[in-house]
Design a protein around this ligand. Sequence first.
Ligand code: ARG
Length: 252
Amino acid sequence: MRKWYGVSLFIATLSIFIAIALVGSTQAADRPVLRVGTDATFPPFEFVNEKGQYVGFDMDLIRLIGAELGMDVRIVNTSFDGLIPGLMANQFDCIIAGMTVTDERAKSVAFSTPYFNAGQVIVVRTNDQSIHGVGDLKGKVVTTQIGTTGQLVVDKMTGLKEHRVFNTVPEAVQEVLQGRADAAVIDLPVAADFLRSQPGKFKIVGKPFTNEVYAIAVRKDNPALLAKINQALKQIEASGKFDALYKEWIMQ
Ligand code: ARG
């Protein structure tokens, strides 16, 4: 009798634990997920660290936004030129990728309030003496990342020897460092970050020659999400958390 009492008590306790575990797990699964497209080859905004984690300014910012919205953030890593098509095909809910607001892109996607100012700069090897600005790119081999505003602006330049387009910014820069190209055209904050991580290898010449702002992109048929993201951005700026991110990733 006693023994059976013990066994049923044990079973009852076990069932309670299982029930709690089940409720817990369904609750976790019920938390809405924000699927975020990015191209994590763009430090200090988005890159993969030694531990294989998605880190950087944009990654922290979107996680803060997720927290404001009560959503779990799931990063979907895609090539930069696949981001807008992926968003349109509903592979993710938004894009954060140091993405510049352009009229062309705004035809297909809706942009949040801008959160960052940037511009294109020219990057050359440290010992280069021939390139001081855009005018000096004539007769040179210039590299950019596919689908970027850098590619767009270099596409319009005349008199270049060649324009070589790469899948990622690090590849475009590598081509210059290894002497196969003369200059890369990339976003200033990314050039500045490479300069910090690989000092002495190359230099930035001249000033940024475009004016750009970064924003988060969502599908036009999802104005509710856009409004929530803008509200969250406001909150994050007002709380000082945005400045903290800026200090951590941009001003080191
Ligand atoms: N700001 C540029 C653009 O929008 C470059 C962005 C590249 N971003 C990236 N994650 N690779 O075209």
